[in-house]
Design a protein around this ligand. Structure first.
Ligand SMILES: [Zn+2]
Length: 109
């Protein structure tokens, strides 16, 4: 059996899913606040609703961005003390962000 080109599609799909959750929670606060305040007699948003939604949203924000590179396993956005949250390539091996396969891969001879 010949070696297969490595696939990182599952890793990047999970990464996109986390972004979708973050934006859904961000955008969803307004309808959430509207519905919760309508359920109350005084039409206000209770503190527990505000804080629980906010903590959920902050938690989703901490999970954003590639943490470890799927190819080299080292931090994708950080090299030593230097960190770049907008890096388009792995700071160690240069794997492009979102690459579903390894562009530098070649079958062993
Ligand atoms: Zn890497």
């Amino acid at each position: 059996m010949s070696p297969q080109r490595p696939s990182y599609a599952v890793y990047w799909r999970e990464n996109r899913r986390r972004w979708y959750l973050f934006f859904a929670l961000w955008i969803g606060f307004v309808p959430f606040a509207f519905v919760v305040s309508r359920l109350r007699d005084d039409d206000t948003l209770p503190n527990w609703a505000f804080w629980s939604w906010g903590i959920l949203w902050l938690w989703s924000g901490t999970r954003l961005g590639p943490k470890k590179c799927p190819r080299c396993g080292r931090p994708f956005l950080r090299r030593g003390w230097y960190s770049n949250g907008f890096a388009l390539k792995c700071m160690h091996c240069g794997l492009p962000r979102g690459a579903e396969t390894d562009p530098d891969w070649s079958p062993p001879k």
